[in-house]
Design a protein around this ligand. Structure first.
Ligand SMILES: NC(=O)c1ccc[n+]([C@@H]2O[C@H](COP(=O)([O-])OP(=O)(O)OC[C@H]3O[C@@H](n4cnc5c(N)ncnc54)[C@H](O)[C@@H]3O)[C@@H](O)[C@H]2O)c1
Ligand SMILES: CC1=C(/C=C/C(C)=C/C=C/C(C)=C/C=C/C=C(C)/C=C/C=C(C)/C=C/C=C(\C)C=O)C(C)(C)CCC1
Length: 510
């Protein structure tokens, strides 16, 4: 038996948040060495209890050990090592780019300041990766963190609490357990940033709760992700990769494709290849395989069941279900329209609806109609086909000729309806810092800087001569090529040399 999840008493929530805030205001997490020690300790807390992570994922989702070690524990352990290796580089002040010589003496730089006391709300499907991933970045950036794992993966939530309490300083990092009332109590607090992973409906609740305090929010939401398969695609690759996208975690993956738009000519071959691939992946069927997850809870099982009960499509592969086990077989369905029950909502389960289309233009138009800003997009076809798809669509990310593949250090996030803000790799640090511009005006510059002080009489023309940039374009938007003439007229128009010239003009005028 794994750990039991105990919800945090609601009357403790405010005090726990205040303690984390106080630690931030006492600057406990500013020291980079402190952050590194926390991350290293978290690494070992996870590594030493990896078997408990695996067991919890088995209990909550029947997640195979391979998937847990690759996409949960292994993923975040690598994330920690990557972060600790790079943190000294990331925290360094940055030289401010594109600064005119006149201002260079003020030594402009960008400091990466922590935001403060932040809240991370996790999802159930990759409970460790999607909760601890943002936490690793928040620690690295010097924030204090309150963590709310998903109650829908209760054993995993309990293990998250265990490793956090073993590894991290409790005055700076704390776990609040609970469901809607506890999350509402957290949302009533003032935060310096909220990072939410979950569905769009709850995402709206989070954004509204954050608005009164002007709290910035990252929303990592789901999407109605299309796969577009042109007549030039390789049917075997389409089938194997798209099947993987829907068998990993039984399709409970925010980035997995929700539906396939397949060139009609290719449909029979694609269907055949799906059947072959299914036999190769699960020779004894998915139900008897140790490599296939179950649906997280009865509510989601019933939601998925009603999607398949209401389809007008034809089941071509799979289709079996077992309510007691919350098992749903990977199920390929040929549908007649994007208005089918399998396409009108995010399934977040192992359904593979295929809609035959006449050509690529139709596929693009249908995909944009279903949702113009999905989280992921999966084009299969020739290079030209793929470029056409990219040029005519939007999405959080794209895997060409693949399912939901994401390189762990590549920025990850949605756009429009699939959310905003990105993390992972360096982006996990950037998302949690304020880029604070810092200048220092030297006292010896005072005679030049005094052009800004009243009385203003006679100063405006000198100021303009020193600072106004002359456009290199005309009123019709055409770029002008004035070359040396422009250089002389503008004293450089922004170049380093000209900046010096212009500064000299000002100095001479004082
Ligand atoms: N973009 C991503 O990285 C990503 C990753 C995983 C899941 N998702 C999306 O999440 C959805 C499924 O995950 P889920 O079921 O865990 O999402 P969810 O939105 O139901 O729950 C996410 C979190 O919100 C909390 N919550 C639920 N209702 C709430 C309310 N009324 N007020 C305040 N908090 C509340 C839950 O306790 C949980 O911690 C899918 O849409 C999926 O695509 C997105
Ligand atoms: C070419 C050679 C090698 C390279 C091999 C490569 C590149 C192998 C790649 C393997 C991959 C891509 C494996 C991917 C596994 C991913 C898993 C299991 C799951 C990830 C799940 C995620 C991220 C889920 C996220 C969910 C979200 C965000 C929402 O719900 C070598 C290295 C082998 C050497 C020879 C040459």
């Amino acid at each position: 038996m794994g750990l039991d999840l105990e919800f945090t008493p609601q009357d403790q929530i405010q005090a726990r948040v205040s303690a984390a805030r106080k630690s931030f205001l006492e600057h406990k997490t500013r020291d980079v060495e402190f952050r590194l020690v926390q991350l290293r300790k978290l690494y070992w807390a996870i590594k030493d209890h990896e078997h408990e992570l695996v067991e919890a994922c088995t209990q909550d989702l029947n997640k195979p050990q391979f998937e847990t070690e690759v996409a949960e524990s292994g993923w975040i352990l690598n994330d920690i090592v990557f972060t600790t290796r790079n943190l000294h580089k990331w925290v360094k002040d940055e030289k401010a780019p594109d600064i005119d010589l006149s201002f260079k003496f003020m030594n402009p730089k960008i400091r990466k300041d922590p935001l403060g006391c932040v809240l991370v709300i996790g999802a159930f499907n990759f409970p460790f990766q999607l909760t601890l991933g943002p936490v690793i970045g928040a620690i690295a950036a010097g924030n204090t963190v309150v963590i709310k794992p998903s109650e829908n993966a209760p054993r995993c939530a309990a293990v998250i609490q265990k490793v956090i309490e073993i590894g991290l300083d409790p005055s700076c990092y704390t776990v609040i357990q609970g469901a809607v009332p506890e999350t509402q109590a957290l949302l009533a607090e003032r935060w310096d940033k909220i990072f939410f992973t979950g569905g769009a409906n709850v995402g709206r609740i989070i954004a509204k709760a954050a608005a009164p305090h002007l709290t910035p929010v990252v929303l990592e939401l789901g999407g109605m992700n299309p796969a577009i398969v042109t007549k030039n695609a390789n049917p075997r690759l389409v089938a194997r990769r798209m099947l993987w996208g829907k068998t990993m975690n039984a399709g409970q993956v925010c980035t997995s494709q929700n539906y396939l738009l397949v060139d009609r000519q290719l449909v029979p071959q694609v269907v055949e290849e799906f059947k072959k691939a299914y036999k190769e992946f699960f020779p004894k069927g998915a139900k008897d395989s140790p490599d296939y997850s179950r649906i997280i809870n009865d509510g989601h099982y019933q939601r998925l069941k009603s999607m398949i009960d209401n389809t007008k499509g034809k089941i071509l592969m799979g289709g079996t279900m077992d309510e007691k086990e919350r098992f749903i077989e990977p199920t390929l369905v040929q549908v007649e329209s994007v208005d089918d029950s399998l396409c009108t909502q995010e399934s977040f389960g192992p359904f593979i609806p295929i809609l035959p289309v006449e050509n690529l233009d139709e596929a693009i138009s249908l995909a944009n109609g279903v949702q113009s800003t999905p989280l992921g997009l999966y084009p299969f076809g020739s290079k030209t086909d793929i470029e056409k798809i990219l040029a005519n669509t939007r999405s959080g990310g794209v895997s060409c000729n693949d399912a939901a593949l994401h390189i762990p250090t590549l920025p990850f996030g949605g756009v429009g309806e699939s959310g905003y803000g990105a993390y992972r790799g360096r982006a996990s640090f950037d998302v949690w810092v304020h880029r604070r511009p810092i200048t220092a005006s030297p006292s010896w510059l005072e005679s030049i800087l005094s052009i800004r002080y009243p009385p203003y009489a006679g100063k405006l023309s000198k100021f303009k001569a020193a600072s106004a940039l002359v456009p290199d374009f005309d009123r019709d938007g055409r770029k002008l090529r004035l070359g040396w003439l422009r250089f002389i007229l503008t004293l450089g128009g922004g170049s380093t040399k000209a900046g010096a010239g212009r500064a000299a003009v000002v100095a001479a005028g004082e």
